[in-house]
Design a protein around this ligand. Structure first.
Ligand SMILES: *Cc1c(COP(=O)(O)O)cnc(C)c1O
Length: 218
């Protein structure tokens, strides 16, 4: 199958309430453009430079999401302006820095709180039991809006091993949503990569982040 055919077949396969975020990691701007021409409406990037390069070719007809590790010195207004959403916020410090850089521009940045649902010490994300507290702290910031949760799940496990991690993240998503915390709207539940998106959708994901199944192996 060509890239275009793979994109179309994934789009047909996804339930209508599930959004596809095409992950651009390791792909050229031209490949990303080809995916966009085949119907991709949102692109996730792990690196600022990649996002800048791809955005200069593809433009703003798609949404750009940041999904990587955001280091403090990368949190600058010029970098934040590249993105419609930051999906990988896992500390108050990082959220506060985004808030600080957005404040002079008057922009409110939608963010997702990343949950370490696999409970792996070396992995990014807030511990599941600390998620509510972090959401409440971030909600107090004026120029950041919590729009949902994101998780990777454990690394290199059998497909079924993702299920309890995604199920727990979904419970958090629903529980925190019911709390109706001012400044929080639990809209997006971003879970699942090429290895795990089917299980993620069964467990309630409404955003899946796919690289390999669209573009081939990296
Ligand atoms: C690379 C990456 C993905 C996509 O992984 P694939 O296995 O290529 O689908 C999704 N989310 C994040 C945060 C990533 O870094």
């Amino acid at each position: 199958m060509t890239l275009k055919e793979r994109v179309r077949s994934i789009l047909l396969q996804l339930p209508s309430n599930v959004e596809l975020l095409a992950v651009g990691k390791g792909r050229t701007p031209e490949e990303i453009l080809e995916a966009v021409n085949a119907g991709v409406a949102a692109v996730g990037e792990n690196y600022i430079k990649d996002a800048r390069d791809a955005r200069s070719v593809v433009g703003t007809r798609v949404e750009w999401h940041y999904i990587g590790r955001l280091r403090s010195h990368d949190v600058r207004a010029s970098n934040l302006s590249l993105f419609d959403m930051i999906e990988s916020v896992d500390t108050l410090e990082l959220a506060a820095r985004i808030d600080e850089k957005c404040t002079p521009t008057g922009r409110v940045m939608p963010i997702l709180v990343e949950v370490n649902s696999g409970r792996e010490p070396q992995k990014a994300g807030v511990w599941p039991e600390q998620t509510e507290a972090l959401v409440r702290q971030i909600a107090a910031l004026k120029c950041v809006r919590v729009a949902g949760l994101m998780t990777m799940g454990p690394l290199m496990v059998a497909r079924e091993a993702y299920r309890p991690c995604f199920a727990e993240t979904r419970r958090l998503f629903l529980d925190i949503g019911r709390m109706a915390i001012p400044g929080v709207s639990m809209e997006k539940l971003s879970m699942g990569t090429s290895d795990s998106y089917e299980v993620a959708i069964e467990e309630g994901a409404n955003v899946v982040r796919l690289g390999t199944v669209l573009f081939g192996p990296r």
